[in-house]
Design a protein around this ligand. Structure first.
Ligand code: PGA
Length: 236
């Protein structure tokens, strides 16, 4: 399974290093065979040689150039980063990235063979418009995306579940993941208020290949507990 931590705009470089060390100590001590991804802030990226895969939360579709405030492939290459999160709900809804921009970004980093975690998910008003409308909305987020890309991971994260403590029911997750699996064979993660208290149930569901965790992952012990859940489910 794939267990991913999105640290968002949290932790300094020093704290991130400490955090990664703690997670990796746990991975080693417990012979964890799951794929662990950690997405720190761009300013905390570093050369890294360990069990977890370190990815970037965002980058511009460029090698370098005149894009004030952005980072490009040249800056990622310095730290041997080959994994990127694209389409996260906060990029779409808070920072206003459009599907066209995301497609451009996706194609650029796909061309460079990056592992891409591509996020999809509906806002509350779409969810409330009924299942058909919701699936239509989510389908549109696949537009222009190569769903057969070999280094693709998809994360289904309902916007209304992110950072709110709300989650769909387990039954809802099963139904939605089943439909999404028809669109792509890429591993499919669930994200949105995954916590120690619900992670085991979510990870055990059919069609769930892992989780993308935000706030609950900021506590290294909690994140390690979720890694352990995944490990136990997979070996049993
Ligand atoms: P959350 O965030 O776990 O805090 O809901 C998930 C995410 O944004 O990926």
């Amino acid at each position: 399974m794939i267990i991913a931590a999105n640290l968002k705009t949290n932790f300094t470089r020093a704290k991130t290093t400490e955090y990664i060390e703690e997670i990796e100590k746990f991975i080693k001590q417990n012979s964890i065979s799951q794929e662990i991804l950690i997405f720190p802030t761009s300013s905390s990226l570093n050369l890294h040689n360990g069990e977890a895969i370190i990815g970037v939360q965002n980058a511009y579709a460029t090698i370098n150039g005149a894009f004030t405030g952005e980072i490009g492939q040249e800056q990622l290459e310095e730290f041997e980063i080959k994994t990127i999160l694209i389409g996260h709900s906060e990029r779409r809804h808070v920072l206003g990235e459009t599907q066209d921009e995301l497609i451009k970004k996706f194609n650029f980093y796909k061309e460079l063979k990056y592992k891409i975690v591509y996020c999809i998910g509906e806002p509350l008003e779409i969810r409330e418009a009924g299942h058909a409308k919701m699936m239509q909305y989510i389908s549109a987020q696949y537009d222009g995306i190569d769903t057969n890309y070999e280094n693709l991971i998809i994360a289904y994260e309902p916007v209304w579940a992110i950072g709110t403590g709300l989650t769909p029911t387990l039954e809802d997750i099963i139904v939605i993941h089943k439909e999404l699996k028809k669109k792509s064979h890429a591993p499919l993660l669930y994200g949105g208020s995954v916590k120690v208290t619900n992670a085991n149930d979510v990870l055990a569901l059919d069609g769930v290949d892992g989780v993308l965790v935000g706030s609950a992952a900021l506590n290294a012990d909690n994140f390690c507990t979720m890694i352990e859940f995944a490990q136990n489910i997979e070996i049993n």
